[in-house]
Design a protein around this ligand. Structure first.
Ligand code: AOF
Ligand code: ZN
Length: 351
């Protein structure tokens, strides 16, 4: 009967939402692994829950099954990602669910990792478990943009962050820029950094701003010390940093800094995925680097923090390209807008 199906759909969405809330607890700490949550439900009651806290540690299902113990028999498991079928740093979760006697498994979306990719579902079904795939898929996938894109395309998910004035300026002509946006906006940037496997910047930014580019927020919900430090990539095509390597730029002293000395940004991004397992990339740089990423269509998400101030026409513009006509403009779709302290935060997708 369709009414009972509707009731079950609503229940599935509700418990999947709880599983997504579980997954969020690992958002800043699981890299390069995805953030995954699991909730075990017996007769409409949550009897176990868990999330994947960190690469190398057990997966979400393991914690949830342990939490549920004997109550897992005959229960429904809600998982935000297809349970794995491979023996990696931990044994396959699909087998764990089977052994625990779970009767039904509801999955938000399949795991595109070639080691899994549908095999988890197959194992469960072969064991006679009723499997439903596709509940709150969009919401669950939003937690792991980088992991999913990298597994599907071998390219990372690139976020470009720009802090500007109302007139789209990012610094005075002298380079002075500390600070245009508020503490609230700058704290928010810490979250973007904490999500990222690598932060890409330009030699110009290193020379003029000497940025720290580390993660230091108190607002992540986890101690910043638990967040794996993002790698720093400095684009230095003209090898301007060669001489300063011995100088005391903070960045140059970091062991996890990579200097990229060629023009090919696509090659860099591919390398970051294949060599370094960096799936989420944050570009924090000046107008010329930002423009290169934008004009080569390498940006998946643009985040603009806009302060309500005017800096004038001699101040530095946020981009360095010049479309010849309106038909060459770059256009975006606003996916989210919010106020952070006095500033505006816009999240946009290129069209
Ligand atoms: C799950 N549940 O909670 C997570 C999964 O190196 P390992 O053994 O930790 O395996 C990592 C892979 O497992 C990762 O790339 C992804 O495909 C999957 N993540 N799977 O069943 C989880 N975090
Ligand atoms: Zn697993």
């Amino acid at each position: 009967m369709s009414t009972s199906n509707h009731a079950q759909d609503a229940q599935d969405r509700y418990f999947m939402m709880l599983a997504i809330e579980q997954a969020k607890q690992g958002l800043y700490t699981t890299r390069p692994n995805p953030a995954v949550g699991c909730v075990i439900v017996q007769a409409g009651v949550v009897v176990g829950q868990g999330f994947h806290p960190k690469a190398g540690q057990p997966h979400a299902e393991v914690f949830a099954l342990k939490d549920a113990s004997a109550h897992a028999v005959g229960a429904t498991a809600y998982v935000t990602l297809e349970p794995c079928s491979h023996t990696g740093r931990t044994p396959p979760c699909a087998l764990g669910l089977i052994k625990a006697g779970v009767q039904r498994v509801v999955i938000a979306g399949l795991d595109p990792n070639p080691q899994v990719a549908g095999r988890g579902v197959k194992l469960l079904e072969q064991a006679g478990i009723d499997v439903t795939v596709g509940v709150l898929t969009e919401q669950a996938e939003g937690l792991n943009r980088g992991f999913l894109k990298a597994m599907r395309t071998q390219m990372p998910y690139v976020r470009l962050k720009i802090a500007t004035s109302l007139d789209g300026r990012t610094a005075m002509a002298t380079g002075e820029s500390k600070w245009i946006t508020s503490t609230a906006a700058r704290e928010d940037v810490q979250k973007l950094r904490a999500l990222s496997g690598a932060i890409v910047t330009g030699s110009e930014t290193v020379i003029t701003d000497d940025p720290q580019l580390n993660v230091r927020s108190s607002q992540l919900g986890v101690p910043a010390g638990q967040v794996p430090a993002p790698m720093v990539v400095v684009l230095d095509r003209r090898q301007r940093l060669e001489h300063s390597l011995q100088s005391d730029y903070q960045l140059c002293r970091r062991l996890d800094t990579l200097y990229w000395r060629n023009d090919d940004l696509t090659a860099l991004l591919k390398d970051l995925v294949s060599e370094y397992q960096c799936y989420d990339i944050l570009v924090e740089a000046g107008a010329s680097v930002a423009s290169s990423f934008l004009s080569q269509q390498l940006v998946d998400e643009l985040i603009v923090y806009q302060a309500p101030c005017l800096l004038g026409e001699k101040a530095r513009p946020m981009v360095a390209f010049n479309p010849l006509s309106l038909s060459e403009q770059l256009r975006f779709k606003i996916s989210c807008h919010e106020q952070l302290g006095p500033d505006l935060k816009l999240t946009l997708y290129p069209l």
